[in-house]
Unconditional design. Structure first.
Length: 209
């Protein structure tokens, strides 16, 4: 009986010492209200910035065994206890994006065909933790996904920074895009005298918690 008890205890210790982190869970992550995403562009008159005033995410996580991972991946998941992101979808309501210039906003909504396509959506399809950043709390991640704007979906890839803070996991990065990639005609104003450029830059600082 004593031997059986010792074997049972040993089995429990062995199971509990496995390095699996996280669990299969839907929407266990949320965005902190201080998260930001902005669109920066230029025109022949002045530069402009359009801020997304509302962001939402849907996520799904799955367990990950850190013994099977590279060194930076294992270090990341030892801090990120939710497990591996199996799915992440970021949604931005077009009507809740603002430059504080009513005329520009109105033309921006029209260019993005917001009546027919009221949301911009990014779907993360894959990511790879490729290295550690400037501190033990910081990491570099290569991401790929699909961006849908004005009803057209395009694949995109980007490199982001991820750093653990008191608020959560802070994800920062930027991506240059052409409006024409999504069949969008750059907005004009003042009877065509002001013309915006085709190229825009998306900058973001998202806090997952």
């Amino acid at each position: 009986m004593l031997v059986k008890q010792m074997l049972l205890i040993g089995g429990i210790v062995l199971v509990s010492s496995r390095t699996t982190i996280g669990e299969e869970d839907a929407n266990s992550l949320q965005l902190d209200t201080s998260s930001e995403l902005r669109v920066e562009g230029t025109s022949n008159v002045h530069a402009y910035t359009i801020l997304a005033e509302h962001l939402s995410i849907q996520t799904k996580t799955e367990p990950v065994d850190i013994e099977r991972l590279s060194e930076p991946e294992a270090a990341f998941y030892q801090r990120f206890h939710h497990g591996r992101l199996q799915q992440l979808a970021l949604t931005i309501p077009v009507a809740e994006m603002s430059s504080s210039r009513a005329g520009l906003d109105r033309r921006f909504y029209q260019a993005l065909k917001s009546k027919d396509y009221p949301e911009i959506r990014f779907l993360l399809t894959d990511y790879q933790i490729t290295g550690e950043g400037v501190s033990r709390d910081a990491f570099v991640i290569d991401c790929s996904g699909e961006l849908t704007v004005a009803g057209k979906t395009q694949p995109i890839s980007l490199k982001i920074g991820a750093e653990f803070s008191d608020k959560g996991l802070v994800i920062t990065g930027n991506k240059e895009l052409l409006m024409s990639q999504f069949d969008i005609r750059p907005p004009t104003a003042m009877m065509g005298l002001m013309k915006t450029g085709d190229r825009v830059t998306i900058r973001f600082a998202l806090i997952l918690k």
